[in-house]
Design a binder for this molecule. Structure first.
Ligand code: AMP
Ligand code: MG
Length: 413
């Protein structure tokens, strides 16, 4: 051995704060080096906006009726019947000048309220006949009712979507409303995925009795894409120090290196040794979590790497907890935390204290909240259990039990 890799085992909170700190540095120090490309609006989903989307005119651009009804003055309507002097559809321009006292204009949702009117009374709240309209019942009407004033949502020049925001449904709709046919987005960081293990074969091969199909490269490819990365070099690596070093050296065109397996205490676990031999710096070499305790995070000549434990659920959880937030920051995203939520526990959970647990779980949400139930599992290799789960139930390091009915944190992947 060319030297011992350090042993830096942190609590979950501490490890997460170390990743957050590096993510902050990446966000600020590497901002200028980030490539920008233009994509059409319909191809922009999931990308990270590189420049602000700015309102090109007031929104709404005119005082907008939000109901079908009659545009008029509140004071007139309270006083008695109004004469209907015209009709206005959405998309139609009003040309007859300001409405006068005692007048109303029949108006449709989305039309521009004519000058002189200070409310739109809903069609359901009036009696209309033979060119006259009268309020029915003792309704309270206030000026401004059912009208959104011009510029109330955004003024021309306002930033509607800031850079660093991941483009989702609402952001894309807002950009469309600002007339953006294309958007500048950050280039996706390239991510190397190296799966170590002599027992591994690809899915296209027929495994021998003692061999295991490589699943981590596939789960990570999906998680990398979901976190805004572009899977770059992928490889299966033998459990030999030289082969591991060679594979790591071959990732030069990547912005982030993910290794799976080979980070435990076994005789043929070479990942840390190989990284050390290449001159890596380690931020941590373990976290008090289950699954995923041997997770490694560090930097090799300016390139961040994670050594993720090989058990498939450990790989998934450690990437979700530590890899995804860093990768999202590398991609220019401002908000890059793991997707935690809250849920009520359906059945008691018992664990040994000392590790923050992420237990495969079924989470059901409705409008009143979320419920969570642990899925029976046979440890961090149990992909059949993972496939039944849609998230993880989090038990804090100090807890030995969570009672039915308690509210816990859950992690979505
Ligand atoms: P390791 O972290 O290398 O000690 O591996 C822990 C367990 O995860 C072993 O049972 C491995 O066979 C399994 N494993 C490691 N890498 C993978 C992989 N890429 N796909 C599926 N299982 C894996
Ligand atoms: Mg291994």
């Amino acid at each position: 051995m060319s030297g011992e890799s350090p042993s830096i085992v942190l609590s979950y909170d501490h490890a997460a704060s170390v990743v957050r700190r590096q993510a902050e540095l990446v966000r600020t120090e590497r901002a200028s080096g980030r490539g920008v490309e233009r994509v059409t609006l319909s191809e922009s989903a999931g990308r990270v906006l590189a420049e602000p989307v700015v309102a090109d005119r007031d929104q709404p651009p005119f005082a907008r009726a939000t109901r079908d009804g009659f545009a008029c003055r509140v004071a007139d309507l309270r006083a008695g019947g109004l004469r209907v002097v015209g009709q206005l559809r959405a998309g139609e321009a009003w040309t007859l000048g300001a409405i006068r006292p005692g007048e109303a204009v029949e108006i449709m949702t989305g039309a521009a309220v004519p000058p002189g009117a200070d409310c739109v009374v809903m069609v359901e709240h009036v009696a209309a006949a033979e060119g006259w309209v009268t309020l029915t019942g003792a309704r309270e009407l206030a000026p401004g009712e059912n009208i959104v004033p011009a510029g109330a949502e955004a003024r021309a020049g306002d930033v509607v979507v800031p850079p660093g925001r991941r483009l989702g449904v609402a952001e894309i709709a807002a950009a469309a409303a600002c007339g953006a046919a294309e958007l500048p987005v950050f280039a996706r960081p390239r991510v190397a995925i190296l799966a170590t293990g002599d027992e591994l074969v690809d899915t296209t091969e027929k495994p021998l009795a003692h061999q295991i199909r490589n699943s981590n490269s596939y789960s990570l490819t999906q998680q990398v894409r979901a976190a805004g990365g572009e899977p770059g070099k992928t490889a299966l690596v033998r459990d030999e120090k030289a082969a591991t070093e060679r594979a790591i050296r071959g990732t030069e065109d990547c912005d982030l290196i993910l290794l799976t397996g080979g980070v435990s205490m076994g005789k043929y676990d070479f990942v840390e040794e190989a990284l050390l031999a290449l001159g890596a710096e380690f931020f941590f070499t373990g976290a008090r979590i289950q699954p995923g305790k041997p997770v490694v995070f560090g930097r090799l000549m300016g390139t961040y790497f994670f050594g993720l434990p090989g058990n498939p659920i450990s790989t998934m959880v450690t990437f979700a907890l530590f890899g995804a937030p860093l990768l999202r920051a590398m991609g220019g995203e401002t908000e890059a935390r793991p997707r935690f939520g809250m849920a009520r526990v359906e059945e008691e959970v018992r664990v040994k204290a000392g590790l923050t647990r992420f237990l495969p779980a079924s989470i059901r949400s409705d409008v009143r909240g979320a419920h969570v139930r642990q899925i029976v599992w046979r440890g961090s290799g149990d992909l059949a259990a993972a496939a039944k789960a849609n998230g993880f139930l989090v038990v804090p390091e100090a807890a030995e039990r969570v009672a039915a009915g308690e509210i816990v944190t859950v992690l979505e992947i």
